[in-house]
Design a protein around this ligand. Structure first.
Ligand code: ATP
Length: 254
């Protein structure tokens, strides 16, 4: 068991996040201006150990994950509690971590263990882990001496064997379709073991098909449960597989 987190209670540990009603919200500025957060009664419920968020580019899935990561005590750039893989001191942009100021989280119990996986920071996080191990004369995990996808899967498998809350932003970006099925198997193992909560944002219909997962549709209007077969992603891929050349022609700009 990871130090600091042991519970007999089943996941999901993070039950919901909702907008606070006791702080003013400046809706003119990112991330507070996301259309998704327009309603004062915005609420995101988690009712299974695996939650998969799906939605068009730009609706705010990554921003929400950054906000949840910050609430859990993880760096917005990725990593676990106490990891600071990037120096943010010169950052001029506002990021999703600012959502922690306007969101109220309900936990049972509160979990501070876990990891925020981001494809774009995998390299710097892996370097950071190697460096941290070398500094204490430990064996570096060396996730980078593999292909991108292999290193990523090894990383997931190693981290997710521990209890905690795990956040994944588009994990499929490093994975071939076959490896995505391995990732689904990993999610299924996590669900069966009942010691961890996982929240994934994805565009992959393969990941969305994880049987144990609650699939949530994220749109500018809000967040609602959805069936795989009702997602735009599934419908478009289905049309494509049935008639790839015809669909490419139909979608062409000319
Ligand atoms: N640091 C930032 N400053 C200002 N606006 C931002 C910033 N990061 C993202 N945005 C904007 O916020 C909106 C939501 O972005 P976000 O990356 O959360 O969407 P997403 O649903 O994760 O999209 P994708 O599927 O492309 O990853 C987009 O309109 C984006 O342009």
């Amino acid at each position: 068991m990871a130090r600091g987190f042991q519970t007999k209670l089943p996941p999901p540990y993070l039950k919901q996040v909702r907008l606070r009603d006791d702080v003013p919200i400046d809706r003119t500025r990112y991330p507070y201006n996301l259309p998704l957060l327009r309603d004062d009664d915005f609420v995101l419920h988690f009712d299974r150990s695996i939650t998969i968020m799906v939605g068009e580019n730009g609706v705010g899935k990554s921003t929400l994950l950054e906000g949840i990561a910050a609430i859990a005590g993880f760096d917005e750039a990725g990593g676990g509690p106490g990891y600071r893989p990037l120096d943010h001191s010169t950052a001029i942009e506002w990021n999703g971590d600012r959502l922690q100021d306007i969101l109220r989280a309900s936990w049972l119990p509160k979990v501070g263990q876990g990891w925020f996986f981001r494809a774009e920071s995998f390299f710097s996080v892996s370097r950071y882990l190697d460096q941290a191990a070398l500094e204490v004369s430990a064996l570096p995990p060396d996730f980078l001496s593999h292909s991108h996808g292999e290193g990523f899967l090894r990383f997931f498998a190693e981290r997710c064997a521990r209890p905690g809350i795990f956040l994944f932003d588009e994990p499929e970006s490093a994975l071939s379709p076959r490896r995505q099925f391995e990732f689904v198997n990993l999610l299924r193992t996590i669900a069966a073991e009942g010691k961890a909560q996982v929240i994934v944002a994805t565009h992959s219909p393969i990941l969305m098909a994880t049987p144990e997962a609650r699939l949530l549709s994220v749109t500018r209007a809000g967040i609602d449960p959805i069936a795989l077969e009702d997602t735009d992603h599934y419908r478009l891929y289905r049309e494509f597989v049935l008639d790839p050349h015809g669909v490419v022609e139909a979608m062409s700009d000319d």
